[in-house]
Design a binder for this molecule. Structure first.
Ligand code: SF4
Ligand code: SF4
Length: 373
């Protein structure tokens, strides 16, 4: 049985969130896990240096409520750590903490500034058996994964499973896109990663989610939910229902189900009922680029469809500030900066991972199809 605890929380109010965290801990029996001498690690989604109201990152009030709960249980060592996009450097971590409203958490917990990482093996991995994992996660006794509910240009949605991608240090992440360019293999890699790190519990901040061009360029979507579960696969399936994306279209959930890690019939919702919030889906909404092609022609026209209908990034030169973050994160190394403007030099080599769009601070990368349907 996989319990998913659902609580309606309609705003980032400290008292409401603290009550909700208490309730999640009770329903899932989490207090029994916690020992005061444990090193507890909280892994938020800190994708990039953006304010909480941009909804790209886990809201700091959610993290604060969890820290306070841990402190009330006597835990002394609580660390907050993530590897945002871009180079994994102390200076970058500092600017992400500032922009995302996390500096205020320093009164209660340790914000990680160390940038070490090391190999962690999982002999049961299906497509990869060894990951480079950031030190605070490797060294933790207890891991609390705290995701943000968002649509995602590559994976369809970002919830608990996808949040663990931030366990991999900075620029090693584009390497993973390079090694696993197809959505199927990339999703299998994400499952291998999740099974390697195995957080003890996952919370999802869906008080206000992100719809449209997530995970960085979308718009806020009032949802009013705060979820918790020990079973991330069941929880992400519930979260997909809130977004309004069928689980068959979320490769990560399909992969987990095929591996026997998730049995939909075993999911038990505890607490409030779930309503679909009909998020706007990203322009890339995966196989939609084939939806204009009649199914009997897809085999023959596969090459044509991929070449001309596949979504690709496009740089809006007017707003580009030439910072180079897109080029740094491109696993195919096909972006160059010339005269302080980004240019994609070989679109045919693009694997549509949208790391460039994710990392652009100026919202200068949009998604377009070469041929409009
Ligand atoms: S151009 Fe952008 S979407 Fe294409 S491979 Fe590079 S980072 Fe990925
Ligand atoms: S497109 Fe965005 S990330 Fe790339 S150089 Fe321009 S502003 Fe920077």
């Amino acid at each position: 049985m996989s319990i998913v605890s659902v609580i309606k929380v309609d705003k980032y109010d400290t008292a409401l969130l603290e009550r909700a965290v208490d309730e999640h801990f009770d329903r899932l029996g989490l207090a029994c896990d916690i020992k005061p001498d444990m090193k507890v690690l909280i892994k938020p989604n800190l994708l990039s240096a953006r304010k909480p109201e941009c909804v790209a990152t886990t809201h700091p009030e959610v993290i604060l409520a969890i820290i306070k709960k841990l402190k009330s249980l006597g835990v002394e060592s609580v660390t907050v750590a993530d590897s945002p996009g871009g180079p994994y450097l102390a200076a970058n971590l500092s600017s992400v903490y500032s922009a995302c409203g996390y500096k205020a958490l320093e009164k209660y917990a340790t914000l990680n500034y160390s940038t070490g990482s090391g190999k962690v093996r999982n002999e049961n991995g299906k497509v990869i058996k060894e990951f480079d994992i950031i030190d605070p996660i490797r060294e933790a006794d207890y891991i609390i994964n705290v995701a943000k509910l968002k649509t995602h240009s590559l994976t369809g949605m970002s919830g608990g499973i996808k949040n663990m991608f931030g366990a991999i240090p900075g620029l090693v992440k584009p390497e993973m896109h390079y090694r696993f360019p197809g959505i199927g293999d990339f999703s299998e890699m994400l499952i291998d990663l999740f099974e390697t790190v195995r957080p003890n519990v996952t919370f999802i901040d869906a008080v206000v989610g992100m719809e449209g061009e997530g995970p960085n360029m979308g718009t806020p979507k009032n949802c009013g939910y705060f979820l918790a579960s020990r079973d991330v696969y069941a929880q992400d399936a519930v979260a997909a229902g809130i977004i309004g994306i069928p689980t068959e279209k979320v490769e990560m959930i399909k992969c987990a189900e095929e591996r026997g890690l998730f049995e939909p019939a075993d999911t038990v919702l505890v607490g409030d009922s779930i309503e679909c919030k009909d998020f706007l889906l990203p322009e890339t909404d995966d196989d939609s680029y084939l939806s204009g092609v009649p199914s009997f022609m897809r085999g023959t026209l596969g090459f044509f469809a991929k070449r001309f209908l596949k979504p690709v990034p496009n740089v809006k030169k007017g707003s580009c500030v030439g910072c180079g973050k897109c080029a740094e994160s491109c696993p195919q190394h096909i972006i160059e900066i010339k005269s302080r403007k980004a240019r994609i030099i070989k679109k045919s080599n693009c694997i549509s991972c949208f790391c460039c769009q994710e990392m652009c601070p100026a919202h200068s990368i949009t998604v377009k199809r070469r041929l409009k349907r």
